[in-house]
Design a protein around this ligand. Structure first.
Ligand code: ZN
Length: 626
């Protein structure tokens, strides 16, 4: 251990031990030989994250409002010294050479939002997640959310390599999933971060069947104990799995036994999993799939939902379990309850999940267009415009004034509508700034675990804006790109991606749905020609930098170079999409082939399988199969 670096821990906590080991490790890596004393402490204890860095005679005080804030303070101190983590994983670490440490670092900051959480989605390996969690802590994000008990579905998507013949399928069974979640939990807890779990699946547990993902039913209805078969939602007079997927099957929520079974399943889980800070209680996935029986027709699904929430709260309270419950405003549950009220708001976090919204405009600069649509069970029409979505949240907030978060999807599909990321990045930035105006206390990014291709820009926006909503978009742009590409060359990359994103705008959203938008199609075709020229001009420079630059910055250029190669097949494919030619599918096949062939190199930054899935939507759209 480096003898010159002494760390004094004023409070005992595993996360503060970890913070101490991190500061020693990194200062040593930077070659520091000067003697320095770092004092770590907790001050003004709170669940909200506050950090303070102040010099003393022989070093620095680094304090935080809780153990993880002390760790955030350590990483912030290191970043003041020039350390950077420009993307998750070991290809993202920048270690400066440090001879001595300057004495004028003074920082006092409080995070703008209490909840800054990443959620498992897409296809992922265990290592991808561990890299992401490590990056998140280094960039001030404080929570990780594993959907389901073991997130099995997301792991299987990666380990099976189903859509890439160039990658060998790897074994991943229930045991592996359990072990993976144990390791993830350990890493989250080591950093003092918040752990959230579950979501969909309680409806399955209440029935006594597995609900770990969207798999089709194994043995149809016969999987369910006979006495529970009438718990299944009745649709068109029948009680069966909705489109044969148990996870998408709602229950007959007017039945008190059904509500109790859901509450009891959660109590049982919460008792066994005190390491989970917040449990998500969502109903079935899918939409317009609710019970039409006589008793269920008497109230909205959200009224029955609030009955479950209240019953659950009472049961948890009687067992002295303080776990937070996150409830979901999503599809059918967008419509607020008419009768029931939440009795103990402190137990809950309201989670707004506007999955049907558009990502071309932000909450901040959109006006309502259609207002709240009528509630007609199983014939619901969902709001598209971001501001229309907010109207539904406001109705819920008239009844519930507790804490809330936006669970949003910028970084799962919309991030792939335009890989230049400036359009979606600006929407993400504005949305996060605006959360406070929506009376929300944070953000859960339902996202791919690998979103650093061609750059880490979106992840930087997410972390930096959640920490400090007063930061300007331009400051994030400058920081993100000069960290990734070096101050001298970053302007060229920014100019290129900004222009490309502007030119890509006509194609950001489907052009043939609901009907062909001739104006956008014409603009898109014209812009593709301009983009091809821009790429041809920029490519030699990037290729040279990719060859001559090493370390994390070198990887930035390499990924950008791969992106320019990808565009050589992607732009022609997009052109064929716009022109709806018969070659569209074959052109996209070339794109998929490029991605599959290079997945071994690109995978830490790009979720190839999700990206291909999103591109497939465009092919299907051009072929008229939506
Ligand atoms: Zn019913």
């Amino acid at each position: 251990m480096a003898q010159n670096i002494s760390v004094i821990k004023k409070k005992k906590h595993p996360t503060i031990d970890f913070a101490a080991s991190q500061i020693k490790k990194y200062l040593k890596k930077a070659g520091l030989t000067q003697c320095i004393q770092i004092i770590l402490d907790i001050e003004n204890q709170s669940n909200e994250d506050t950090i303070s860095i102040q010099p003393h005679n022989s070093g620095y005080f680094i304090t935080g409002s809780n153990p993880r804030s002390v760790l955030f303070g350590v990483y912030r101190f290191l970043s003041e010294l020039g350390f950077r983590w420009i993307r998750p994983g070991n290809r993202g670490e920048i270690i400066p050479d440090i001879k001595s440490i300057r004495k004028n670092i003074r920082i006092n900051e409080k995070a703008s939002y209490k909840y800054r959480t990443l959620c498992i989605e897409g296809a992922t390996s265990l290592q991808h997640i561990l890299d992401l969690i490590d990056w998140a802590a280094k960039n001030g994000m404080n929570g990780y959310f594993i959907q389901f008990d073991y997130g099995t579905h997301f792991f299987k998507r990666w380990y099976s390599h189903q859509d890439n013949p160039y990658m060998k399928p790897e074994k991943f069974d229930e045991d592996d999933a359990r072990k993976a979640v144990e390791i993830i939990t350990e890493e989250v807890k080591k950093r003092g971060m918040r752990l959230e779990k579950m979501g969909h699946g309680w409806t399955c547990r209440a029935l006594g069947i597995e609900g770990e993902g969207w798999d089709p039913a194994k043995n149809s209805i016969s999987e369910i104990p006979e006495e529970k078969r009438n718990w299944i939602a009745m649709i068109d007079g029948k009680r069966e799995f909705f489109k044969n997927v148990p996870l998408n099957t709602n229950l007959c929520y007017s039945n008190p036994s059904v509500r109790s079974a859901i509450a009891d399943a959660i109590v049982e889980y919460a008792e066994k999993h005190l390491e989970v800070d917040a449990i998500h209680l969502w109903l079935a996935d899918g939409s317009n799939n609710n019970c039409e029986c006589e008793n269920c027709q008497k109230a909205r699904v959200s009224d029955f939902y609030v009955q479950i929430l209240n019953e659950l709260d009472e049961k948890l309270t009687s067992r002295n379990i303080s776990t937070k419950i996150v409830f979901l405003i999503y599809v059918d549950l967008l419509w607020q309850p008419e009768i029931e009220k939440i009795k103990n708001p402190d137990r809950f976090i309201i989670m707004f999940a506007p999955i049907t919204r558009s990502y071309i405009q932000s909450f901040a600069n959109t006006k309502p267009e259609q207002g709240i649509k009528p509630y007609i069970k199983n014939k619901l029409e969902f709001p598209k415009n971001a501001a229309d979505n907010m109207l539904y949240l406001q109705k819920w907030q008239e009844m519930f004034n507790g804490e809330g978060v936006d669970f949003d999807y910028h970084v799962i599909w919309a991030c792939y509508y335009d890989l230049n990321h400036f359009t979606i990045g600006n929407v993400l930035y504005r949305d996060i700034v605006y959360l406070k105006n929506m009376n929300l206390h944070g953000f859960i990014s339902c996202q791919n675990q690998r979103v650093s291709f061609p750059t880490n820009f979106l992840m930087d926006i997410l972390a930096k804006t959640l920490w400090n909503r007063k930061i300007s978009f331009e400051k994030i742009v400058q920081e993100s790109f000069s960290d990734a590409f070096g101050t001298n060359d970053s302007k060229k990359v920014i100019d290129f991606l900004r222009k490309m994103s502007l030119l890509w705008k006509p194609m950001f959203e489907p052009v043939f749905i609901p009907q062909p938008d001739e104006k956008r199609i014409a603009a898109g075709i014209k812009n593709i020609k301009t983009m091809e020229k821009l790429c041809a001009q920029f490519k030699p420079f990037v290729a040279r930098k990719a060859k001559s630059t090493t370390g994390a910055t070198g990887w930035s250029w390499k990924y950008l170079n791969y992106y320019l190669e990808l565009l050589e097949v992607l732009l022609p494919a997009m052109l064929n999409y716009l022109q709806r030619t018969s070659e569209c599918r074959q052109k996209f096949e070339q794109v998929f082939e490029f991605l599959r062939k290079n997945e071994k190199i690109l995978h830490p930054t790009l979720d190839v399988s999700t990206y291909i899935k999103v591109l497939q939507w465009r092919v299907n759209e051009a072929e008229g199969n939506t």
